[in-house]
Design a protein. Structure first.
Length: 232
């Protein structure tokens, strides 16, 4: 009997993140079966509350539990604002539970960069990204701390084209003093379409979390559950 392909559940707070994540997996991990769980009040309620509270944390944990009980072999939280819930989930379940951007952050911190920029269009994404970068940096490069400059442009979320979103993010980064950054990390999946344009404007690499997460999960899941090649 042919072994089934790995099932990955993705918990989304906005539909744009769902589309971007699906496109990334189509490129980087086409063997995966995707299960999309969308709660389009997650980000709205987090912003209204001024960040995560216990009620919102429990809500995300219920969504992860639903995914695990439904047979998911991994769970990806595509909303960066809820990343901290993954730490709790990892103590409750044995399947991999990934924060939206941790694979991207790990790759950036393992690289040659000394000064990174972080671009966001929703306020709650900024402290979440900075906290995760601090935590990972202390573990990955404790003797070589990295400088991080974050920029927020809420208007970029409503820009009609990726080029316009990129210009608004570039303006915010310049205003924040990010002229010497060696790479920019997108703090939200929904900003990924503006990445190539932002890279052109700034002249530095722009990294996004969706592709990095897909590559990381492919390496993890295919090592655990290799898909056999059919013989004639």
């Amino acid at each position: 009997m042919q072994k089934q392909q790995p099932l990955i559940a993705m918990v989304h707070a906005v539909s744009a993140a769902a589309r971007i994540a699906q496109n990334a997996f189509a490129r980087e991990f086409p063997e995966a079966r995707l299960w999309n769980l969308l709660d389009d009040r997650l980000l709205v309620d987090a912003n209204t509350a001024g960040g995560l509270n216990e009620r919102l944390r429990r809500r995300m944990l219920r969504l992860i539990e639903h995914a695990v009980e439904g047979g998911a072999q991994a769970v990806l939280l595509t909303c960066s604002s809820y990343g901290e819930v993954a730490e709790v989930a990892r103590k409750l379940w044995t399947v991999p539970v990934l924060k939206s951007d941790e694979s991207m952050f790990q790759a950036a911190l393992a690289g040659p960069y000394e000064h990174l920029g972080v671009a966001a269009s929703t306020p709650s994404a900024v402290p979440a990204a900075l906290a995760q970068l601090d935590q990972l940096s202390a573990r990955i490069r404790p003797d070589n701390p990295i400088r991080v400059t974050a920029a927020l442009s809420e208007t970029a979320a409503k820009a009609p084209t990726p080029r316009q979103a990129a210009q608004q993010l570039a303006d915010a980064l310049h205003a924040a003093g990010a002229d010497t950054v060696q790479a920019v990390l997108m703090a939200q999946y929904s900003l990924a379409p503006a990445g190539p344009e932002l890279s052109d404007l700034l002249g530095v690499p722009v990294l996004d979390g969706a592709g990095a997460a897909a590559r990381a999960l492919r390496a993890t899941l295919l090592a655990r559950h290799p898909i056999p090649v059919e013989s004639d």
